[in-house]
Write a protein that binds this ligand. Structure first.
Ligand code: XMP
Length: 517
């Protein structure tokens, strides 16, 4: 792989994705990895990321100097560029000239391998206080800006390169070209990594891992479990059984999508557990959000365990034990829990909607090295319908935490109708890519007076909660076009009974969470 050495900014994952977009497989390692750790991974290229520190600061993250002696082509970006300069005897200074945001870079000389053939002036995205005042010996300066004479450099003999700006962000006009030049020209790496060979490789690996054993998978209806299940199915066919729990808190059409479209396109053997009565029975009279979540989580486990027991009995009768559980863990989860060195945990709640961690299974996690957009690409390649692959995040507890107040069948029906209209109009307006998700919430215990036709109404408000986000940790409310909002509002108040008002949630996260409960 190309190793992305993370100096602690939020850019490492973005850089790793850009490298993969260029057709080269990448992995992230922490900056305190030693040269030996790094060498053990047989890197074909190394990228040192930006970071929030100044190289002079006490405790600033350092690079094991031997990393630059490994003979592996290395690109330093921003802080990584300064670390490279400092480690090799150049000079990094704080001149008081800062650059933040769009900046003009001027290529000096022919631009070398990194910048050659590009316009001699280009817009680049900067974010730095310190700068490289003097390149190390043996390095050629490739670009400058108003604030710094050394904005990019290279040492072709040692195959070391650096840029002060952030080529990974889209605001740098030729950013992706810089990354591609480093990968393809400087490091000589072919662009041969894509979703097609990920599938082939995973299929091979899963077959090896599983042998004759049987496997189960919990399908939630979300993207990750849909793709990981389909991938495992491609590898081992009917040794896999997928279990889908219908808790009665799904959105309109969701169950049909899974039972019909998903099964038709993948051929997965599916068991649906019809648990709506049980769930709604236990939710009767409950209004506290945490209590709702606990009940839903607990009932999910019960439903799953019940099928599990049946399947285990059936498997025993056939003499092939169920040994494995498929889990849709993604690369960001792995990176955030310690860079892929930790052992796999079942992140119950998070990934399969509430599986306990004492389930006695080995895990199959075919998406462990992948980012969300790559998972979607693989899902498309596997023929999973767009309605599932393109789906926005939806919480495990479903509509149960989008009805503020008690959850009843009647209220679920109202919310389902309103939600379907909002989703349809947002898709029609082509806004799916712009919003992270748009919870639609029913304020079931609130009523307000309205007028419709010639009569007075006394109905419930529906809240639209469109948010934009990178990772759901923070979010901002999405500025949707007024005409789209107006269309949604008109349709919901006209078509959904008992709703006479549509309101827009304009709170960021923090202080609001994305969901209302
Ligand atoms: P909040 O409301 O905490 O949500 O800002 C952050 C993201 O997580 C989703 N979410 C859940 N997903 N089980 C899940 O699988 C849950 O219990 C759950 N609660 C919230 C939410 O939709 C958003 O994307």
């Amino acid at each position: 792989p190309v190793l992305v050495v993370d100096f602690g900014a939020q850019y490492a994952q973005l850089i790793a994705r850009r490298v993969r977009e260029a057709g080269v497989y990448s992995e992230i390692v922490p900056h305190d990895a030693t040269a030996a750790d790094i060498a053990a991974k047989n890197p074909v290229g190394i990228i040192l990321t930006g970071g929030p520190s100044s190289v002079y600061e006490e405790g600033a993250p350092r690079l094991d100097p031997d990393v630059l002696e490994l003979g592996v082509p290395t690109l330093g970006i921003c802080y990584g560029f300064q670390v490279m300069a400092q480690t090799l005897g150049g000079r990094v200074a704080n001149t008081g000239l800062r650059e933040y945001g769009a900046t003009d870079a001027v290529i000096t000389g022919d631009g070398g391998v990194l910048l050659g053939g590009q316009p001699s002036e280009q817009n680049v995205w900067m974010s730095h206080g310190d700068q490289v005042a003097e390149a190390p010996e043996g390095f050629t300066v490739l670009a400058k800006t108003g604030a710094t004479e050394v904005a990019a450099f290279s040492n072709d003999e040692k195959r070391l390169y650096g840029v002060q700006w952030h080529p990974e962000v889209k605001h740098s006009d030729y950013g992706q070209r810089v990354i591609e030049n480093f990968l393809h020209r400087a490091a000589g790496l072919p662009a041969d990594w894509n979703s097609g060979n990920v599938i082939a490789e995973q299929v091979e690996r899963i077959r090896e891992q599983v042998g004759d054993a049987r496997v189960i998978s919990a399908l939630s209806g979300g993207v990750d479990s849909a793709v990981s299940t389909a991938l495992v199915h491609k590898a081992i066919g009917d040794q896999l059984t997928a279990v889908f729990v219908d808790h009665g808190l799904l959105r309109k059409g969701e169950r049909e999508q899974v039972e019909q479209d998903y099964v038709a396109s993948t051929g997965v053997r599916l068991i649906t557990v019809d648990a709506a009565d049980t769930f709604l029975g236990h939710l009767a009279g409950v209004t506290d959000p945490e209590e709702k979540r606990k009940i839903i989580g607990r009932e999910f486990i019960r439903a799953f365990e019940k099928v599990q027991r049946e399947l285990v009995d059936e498997a025993k009768a056939e003499g092939a034990p169920i040994k494995f559980l498929v889990q849709g863990t993604l690369y960001p989860d792995v990176v955030e829990s310690g860079g892929g060195t930790g052992t796999a945990n079942i992140k119950s709640h998070h990934n399969v909607g509430g599986l306990p961690d004492d389930l006695d299974f080995d895990l199959i996690e075919p998406l462990r090295t992948l980012f969300k957009d790559e998972v979607r690409a693989i899902g498309r390649e596997l023929g999973i319908p767009e309605a599932i692959v393109g789906r926005q995040p939806f919480p495990g507890p479903g509509l149960g935490i989008r009805i503020i107040g008690e959850v009843t069948r009647d209220r679920l029906e109202i919310l389902r109708d309103a939600d379907a209209i909002a989703r349809e109009e947002l898709s029609t307006a082509g806004l799916d890519g712009e919003i992270w998700q748009c919870p639609v919430v029913l304020l079931a215990d609130v009523r307000s007076v309205g007028v419709q036709g010639d009569g007075r109404t006394y109905g419930h408000p529906i809240v639209l909660r469109p948010v934009s986000s990178e990772d759901a940790m923070t979010a901002d409310w999405t500025r949707l076009p007024y005409d789209v909002l107006s269309k949604i509002s008109n349709r919901i108040t006209n078509e959904v009974r008992e709703v006479n008002r549509v309101v827009l949630d304009v709170t960021s996260k923090p202080p609001g969470t994305i969901e209302w409960e």
